[in-house]
Every structure is written in C-alpha cells, then in structure tokens.
Design a protein around this ligand. Sequence first.
Ligand code: HEC
Length: 365
Amino acid sequence: MLLLAVACSYAQTDLKKKEVYPVTSCMGCHGQNAMGGLGPPLAQTKVGLSTFRQVVRNGKGMMPAISEADLSDTDLDQVYEEVKAKPWIPDEIPIAFKVGQFLTPRSVSHFFIVVFLFATVFAIRGLSYWLKCAGLKELKPAIAKFGWARSFGVVLKSLIVDGFFVGSLWQNNKKRWFMHGLLLYGFCGLLLADILIAILNPQRGQVPLTHPLKLLPVVSGIAVLIGIFYVMYRYKKDEFIDNGLTLGKDFLFVNLLVHVIISGFLVVALKRMGIHDFVMTIYIWHLAAVALLIATGPFTRFQHMYVVPALAAMTRLTEAIVASGVELGFEREPSPGRHHKSMKIASDVMKQLGEDGPITMRYYP
Ligand code: HEC
C-alpha cells in the first residue's frame, strides 16, 4: 500500500513551464514523463488523435471524462503532440501501473471467482456440519413420509420468513430487527448493485450520483455503515458479547466490513472530487478487503448468514412433521439449539443458589 501510495504521488513534482501536459490532471494518472501511473504510459502513444480525443472526452474504465472546461480542444491536441514526442523510458513505469495493469475487469472477476470458490467449499463444509448436528440424516425417513414437496414448501417458507425477514427478531425486538436489517439488507443491496453493474455497466463508466445504479450501492453502503457502528457500540456496551469462543473472529468480520465500506466510499468520493492520485491505491485496498471478507467469511460470524436460516428451516420442518403426526423415529432436542433444556438447567441452578428471578439465556451460532 505504502509503495503504491508513494508511486502514485511520485508523479507530482517538477513542472516544465511551456508544456501543457505537466499542468493537466493527466499527469496525476499517466505519470510525470507520461510513462504511466494509474493509467497506461502515453509516451510514444500509438493511439490516433481522434481516439485520443474520444477517450479524454468520454472517459474509459477508471479514467474519468475530462470536459472542455477543464482542458480546451487546443490544449488537448497539444497534449497529444507532447506525449507522442516523449521518450520511452521503461524504468519509469511505476509500480502502481504494473499492479494496476493486472486490475482489468476481466482479471479482477477471475480473481474473485477463485476467492468465491474457496469460500464456497468451506461454506458448504460448515453448513453440512451444522445440518448433520441438526439431524438431517435421521430426519430423512420422516421427510419421505411427510412428502418431499410439502417439506420443500415448509423449508422455503422458513427461509423467507425466518431467514430473509428475520421473523423471530421482528417479534422480539423491533429496534434490533431494524439495526440488523441495516446490515442484512444493506449487504444484499451492495451485492445486488455489484451484479447489476456487472451486467448493465461492465466497463464501470462514470454515472451521475442520482442514477439508480449509483444510488443503490451508496444508500446500501450507508445502511451497512450505520449497522456496523451499532454493532461496535454493542461490542463496547454489552457485557455478554464475549462468549469466549468467537470474539476474535467476530472482530475480524466487523473490521473487514468497515474496511470494505470506508474504502468503497473513499473511491467514490475521491473520484468525484477529482483527487485521482490515490484512487487506484484505495481501490486496491477496497478489492483486497472485499476478497478477504469473502475468503474469511466461512470462518467468521459471517457464516450465520447461511447457517442460521438453514437451522431455523430444519427446526420448522421438524415441527411441521411432528404436528402432522408422522413419527420422527428419534428423540428430538427441543429446538432451536437446546434452549428449553438449558433454560431448565439454569433455573434449577439458580433455585439451588437461592436466587429467584428472570433468567436471560444467550446463544451464539
Ligand atoms: C483518474 C486517472 C486518470 C486521469 C486523470 C487521466 N487518465 Fe487517461 N487513463 C486512465 C486509465 C486508468 C486508463 C486506462 C483505461 C482502460 O483502458 O480501461 C486511461 C487511458 C487513457 C488513454 C487510452 C490509452 C490507450 O492506450 O488505450 C488515453 C489516450 C488517455 N488515458 C489520455 C488521458 C489524458 C490526455 C488525460 C488528461 C486530459 C488523462 N488521460 C487523464 C486514467 C486517467
């Protein structure tokens, strides 16, 4: 990061008076000697003048469109002549460009496919562990009697009501449902935005802030950010937050989320404000944080996103099977978890200690 930052800002010194190029914003990205920075080298460019003009006026990839107000047509043409005449000095190609070169939409998506596959393997491994604990295998004969289609209906309904809409939290605590929703739906919004952008704007050209494609991720990002700050507040205030098992990983998860959101907003803000020197550096930071979030997801609290809905669905299915009168064929722990049993044990202990009063049980998936 430091190297990139230095490399990006290095291109900023020493202006030669008569040339136009050194006083344009181009230099910030294409380098002092036009040997590249965030953008490719322009020295000895093989691009024709009309393409050159077109790229500058319309923007391309990470390069913003530059209007006539910022650079007149005459100056633009002169910049073309200047950079074309500049010598080719391979040693001057900065690290930032060498790194940035690999960050084409294509290579970035390939990288993320690998990260995603890695995460998926471990996610499936984790999920199957929990489903095994929930007795999916033992439940199979009962499901067959109950009917596969009917079971599918129960599971689907639970995934929507308990999973996506977090019904239990809604019933118990509307405020926490809302704060949890900021994270959950904010996150869904970010994911959806990324998919939509990949389909509708694959080159990631600049769109106005009020465009739905920009509004969706910005609003979602703000929601997630507020949600994270609430989580951090609870980490600070809630004496039961440390369950002795997952605090470190929870912390990693929250931290990576903060990195993802802050770096994402910084990229948008710096690009809009025309401060281009650090955009690439921060963009790399952003991509790295997203990749880490995905890669570590199956090992952090992130996994509750798919484990909890799956287990809730298992519970609903078991309940529905019992209610229908089909014999389960095995002794069932009261679900979810062993809540009722643990509750009983806890209240017995409290009674023996001579304490009477409400008992609060907390569970961490
Ligand atoms: C924010 C950084 C940034 C600024 C400022 C910027 N560029 Fe770029 N430029 C890029 C990037 C990144 C690319 C590569 C785009 C791609 O291929 O996806 C690029 C590509 C180009 C290309 C196409 C090169 C090729 O070989 O295809 C030209 C020409 C160009 N820039 C000229 C300019 C000029 C002239 C200016 C100043 C008026 C300028 N750029 C300002 C980042 C920038």
